[in-house]
Design a protein around this ligand. Sequence first.
Ligand code: ATP
Ligand code: MG
Length: 449
Amino acid sequence: LPLAAHDALEIIEEAGGEAWCVGGFVRDALLGRPIHDVDIATSLPWPAVQEAFRDAGWGTVETGVAHGTLTVVRDGEPLEITTYRTDGTYSDGRHPDSVTQASSIEEDLKRRDFTINALAYHPARGIIDPFGGVADMERGVLRSVGDPTTRFSEDALRILRACRFASQLGVAIDPATFEAMIACKNLLRQVSGERVYRELERFVCGDYVHDALMACVDVLAFVLPELVAMKGCAQVTKYHIYDVLEHTAWVVQRTPPEPLQRWSALFHDMGKPAAAFFEETDEGPVEHFYGHAAVSVSLACGIMHRLPFPAWLRRDVPPLVRAHDDVVPPNARAVRRMLGRLGGRTDLFAALCDIKRADALAQAPFCAPRADAADELRALMEQILEEEAAFTVKHLAINGRDIMALGVAAGPEVGRLLDACLDAVIDERVPNEREELLAFAEELRKEAS
Ligand code: ATP
Ligand code: MG
């Protein structure tokens, strides 16, 4: 138990209250997973909590007073302290109509979503586990506390939380709980886009996302209907052994668990069902997906505008999806060109290599050597950076003003000439030296006029 949490329990007890660690902390500690925050439940009403922590010299923030939650801060580390509560009826499927103080920790644990989240721990008194959460954890099962349909009807977000825990923890969803998720999925309509996005991002970044995506696709399809066409969309080519959905699930699984790579991977082949085209050959029908990357970009942009994706993902995901299938031969020239197409963004190029690598690993076994090709591209990029070789017009030894000094009027022609110079530099037809480039540009200008 982190020292600050230990001290917090003591402060509450000295003020005459009872206190327990609850929620994700207890679950993650038992699973041996990294701990990121500790939630504390207490019998003290929040004004008494506030007084006790102020007296002890801690900072306090009134984050959720209506729900009895107070955030206390020591050395910049926040801890959430919530008074035992029972949630009243839910008429909107989102918020309890009322929140009342509960008389005991057992009472408080009843309102929690899943058995593995309904555990309380105290360093002196041990664990309270009224719903068999520890046994479920040992069996690797996620199960609702109480009747699952009731619990999902109260708060539909729990449906997505279940998918997210499956992806983060690798637990299997209990059949009765899963059935209720399917039965209640229409209620997801009532959940705000922000809350949906937050859960989906944790879902795609989970360590067990392949299994979770395959298991939860029919639930997730309520918020991402684009997944439906991917399911069962066979790929009749020599490169593929999976349908589009399962191939995608493997690619997502094999990229680093960062939102940029994971979302790009989820979207990369989304356009395939729409782009699929069969050709009859002597060896039977062969399927092509001409232009699927462009369709994937369009679907990805639609999703990222329908759900409140952060602006940086709306900017950075499309170029990666667009380029995921572009052939980049393992030579410096090709890498510099691709870097240029990605606007000089070396971080995007590195992410593209991550996706290409994962994509190759998820294809038919004989494609595996192509995973090495992606690593080779990445090494080439490092070499290019070390040599400070040019890959955008910004790196050229001349700029727009130099071009205009040759008598070219300000306008698109200036950019065209600079692009032509960059092309020549990348092709090593002209060295990246001022005099040579000026002469080359002058030549081009004369040709053009
Ligand atoms: P993590 O913090 O790792 O994302 P967590 O389980 O701690 O996971 P929080 O959102 O921090 O999730 O919530 C803390 C605890 O509050 C949960 O463990 C659960 O007991 C309870 N809880 C959170 N959201 C809900 C909900 N929508 N319905 C019921 N109980 C909930
Ligand atoms: Mg938490």
